[in-house]
Design a protein around this ligand. Structure first.
Ligand SMILES: [Ca+2]
Ligand SMILES: [Ca+2]
Ligand SMILES: [Ca+2]
Ligand SMILES: [Ca+2]
Length: 505
């Protein structure tokens, strides 16, 4: 803090009381991990319009405190004291030294700086995305919440980390017309959908105001709003089709990010795998708003991620296929091109040369989380896919994360590796939910993306997030960093929380 900081802080706090109606206080500042309870008050907060950070982390990497070391945030939709399903966010500030974490922050709506109030089923932080939303050089964190109605809360990055928060005003809560569950619908995506160089948010498919354009004001107001079309009804006989995920990236290489949504069509209880209908919708971003190109063919899938797997400069869509003849443990890449995704596809399954393990027979072996990032540093995006087992009817199989490498010809089995939760110390028997969320981000800036994998646990098993280092040979399972509830706070019961929502990085 420079000289005169105290006066400056006093001024800023006073100004903040006027500006931010529903989050007047500062968020409790980050603290030394594992020390729990040592939450300071906000005496060292930087100014809302303070100086830009001196050092910047690489593009596309979250750095909430602007110290040049990448950070990450784990959305945890689980219980918090006083809120069954209240939700929390665990923020880990990178030390720039392997996967070591320098500081921690535990965010709930009980924090005086976070708008709203922790309560049952608020699901604060179920979905989190990290972007610089106001263009001040500090990465900000946006989170979805269901405070009786769905809305978005932005936590602003600053020299002292995430320090202030606002609720985006006037969030429209209209939904896809053939949908009936507003809670499940509140998925958040970040990208530059109009190609103007500012990060935007999407919150609400089929909403006239679902596209929230950046830069955002400090009171949370977007620069403008625009409509997000409702995806086409997947089939005439489908009554409802909640969307389970939204991902963003530039799949046609035109400089505007596109939006892909994943739908779980309700075609009846306990539909056999072959008859499952999980359509994928593609909305093309552009200067003049979203359009729905005719004829884009994307295979049914339950989950996706976006990255340039074949290194041709255009993002590719990575999918976890569902239904029909698809393997229960496979990854399909719908390569991006000027015409959009899906002109060419590759599928990797357990029969692909180089891929370890046998084809599982249980349906819950399917990958439910995916991410992309360049782990081995060869310039091609690599893929991780997580398969937690949560089938309560049978004996669950191993909970695993599969690593697949990209290359000039796209995704292949060469260099593939399987990580078992058991081998990393996760509770066996399907209770850990190892692989519930995965993220690839270069935590120490050495050019190799590192793996974040969460095992949110259960009523009896504490949640843990594992951080595995990326190397030229892929992911390493030596020197693994483990983050548990106690890492963030030693409040009784918090140990059962960790991850389960998205990983923002
Ligand atoms: Ca940082
Ligand atoms: Ca910012
Ligand atoms: Ca590509
Ligand atoms: Ca690579």
């Amino acid at each position: 803090m420079v000289g005169g900081g105290a006066a400056l802080v006093a001024l800023v706090v006073a100004a903040g009381l006027v500006v931010a109606d529903d989050g007047p206080a500062d968020i409790a500042v980050p603290y030394g991990c594992g020390s729990g309870g040592a939450h300071g008050t906000a005496g060292t907060s930087s100014t809302p319009d303070g100086p830009a950070p001196d050092r910047t982390a690489p593009d596309g990497v979250a750095d909430f405190d602007g110290d040049g070391h990448p950070d990450l945030a784990l959305g945890s939709m689980g219980d918090v004291p006083g809120g069954y399903g209240g939700g929390s966010i665990e923020v880990a500030y990178g030390a720039g030294d392997g996967t070591r974490i320098a500081r921690c922050q535990y965010l709930t709506q009980d924090d005086a700086g976070i708008p709203g109030k922790n309560r049952d089923e608020a699901f604060f932080g179920t979905d989190v995305v990290a972007r610089d939303l106001d263009g001040d050089g500090y990465t900000d964190l946006a989170a979805s919440v269901f405070d009786w109605k769905p809305s978005v809360i932005i936590m602003w990055g600053s020299e002292s980390g995430l320090s202030r928060a606002v609720r985006v005003p006037g969030t429209d809560v209209s939904h896809v017309s053939w949908d009936n569950d507003p809670i499940l619908d509140e998925q958040l995506a970040a990208g530059d959908f109009d190609g103007d160089g500012h990060s935007d948010l999407v919150f609400g498919l089929g909403s006239d105001k679902g596209l929230l354009k950046g830069p955002f004001g400090r009171d949370g107001t977007p620069a403008a709003t625009d409509r997000v079309p409702a995806p086409r009804r997947p089939a005439p006989d489908v009554d409802t089709a909640n969307y389970s995920d939204l991902v963003a990236g530039d799949l046609d290489g035109d400089g505007s990010d596109d939006l892909v949504s994943f739908h779980d069509a309700d075609t009846g209880p306990e539909v056999p795998w072959r008859e499952a209908t999980q359509p994928v919708s593609y909305l093309r971003g552009g200067r003049d708003g979203f359009t729905q190109p005719e004829g884009t063919r994307i295979p049914d899938a339950g989950e996706g991620a976006i990255g340039d797997v074949d290194g041709d400069g255009v993002d590719d869509l990575v999918l976890s296929p569902r239904g029909g003849d698809a393997s229960r443990s496979s990854v399909t890449v719908a390569y991006g091109s000027e015409a959009g995704p899906g002109e060419r596809t590759t599928t990797i399954d357990r029969d692909t040369p180089g891929v370890p393990g046998d084809e599982p027979q249980d349906e819950d072996a399917a990958f439910v989380t995916l991410d992309t990032g360049d782990v081995n540093g060869d310039g091609y995006a690599d893929v991780v896919a997580g398969a937690p087992r949560w089938d309560v009817y049978g004996k669950p199989g191993p909970e695993q994360v599969l690593f697949l490498a990209g290359g000039p010809d796209g995704l292949s089995g060469a260099g593939a590796r399987l990580f078992d939760g058991d081998d990393l110390g996760a509770a066996p028997g399907g209770d850990a939910d190892f692989g519930s969320a995965v993220g690839l981000t270069d935590l120490d800036g050495d050019g190799h993306a590192d793996l974040v994998v969460t095992a949110p646990g259960s009523d009896t098993v504490d949640g843990v997030a594992y951080l595995l280092r990326g190397t030229a040979d892929g992911l390493s399972d030596t020197g693994v960093t483990r983050l548990s509830g106690d890492t963030f706070d030693d409040t009784e019961g918090l140990g059962l929380l960790m991850g389960g929502g998205e990983v923002a990085h």
